[in-house]
Write a protein of this length. Structure first.
Length: 130
């Protein structure tokens, strides 16, 4: 099995022992993204909507580096420190995704890296096998 490491400077650098994404055949496993601004490696300032927007921008950058985009995501996992933010997640997903929407899980957690409020990871399948 050949694994290809996906890396882009358009998304935050890994803050631990992991890759931004790993590609195996046509499947790409995108590591969790938190609302870090890639250029500063600082959390974005603002409300949960801005944090979710930054996370989706980071996922978009990694997806693009792998040869895909958000429409290629088949499974999305969302981690929230406050489940009352779930309606904002739905609003942001409507803005960034179209039908058929990816399969999804939303998980309430006690804490996330750098004390952020949201993290997302994904599985993407490239139709053209790039």
């Amino acid at each position: 099995m050949q694994k290809t490491v996906i890396h882009t400077t358009a998304a935050p650098a890994a803050i631990g022992t992991y890759s931004q994404a790993i590609k195996v055949a046509e499947t790409v496993y995108l590591s969790g993204q938190i609302p870090l601004v890639p250029e500063t490696m600082q959390l974005i300032e603002g409300d949960i909507g801005l944090q979710i927007e930054q996370v989706l921008m980071n996922l978009t950058a990694v997806a693009k580096a792998a040869g895909g985009d958000l429409s290629d995501i088949v499974k999305l996992n969302i981690y929230l420190t406050d489940m009352s933010d779930f309606p904002v997640v739905n609003e942001m997903m409507e803005k960034h995704f179209s039908q058929p929407y990816p399969a999804r899980a939303a998980i309430g957690v006690a804490a996330l890296p750098k004390n952020c409020q949201v993290e997302m990871d994904a599985v993407m399948v490239l139709a053209n096998g790039i």
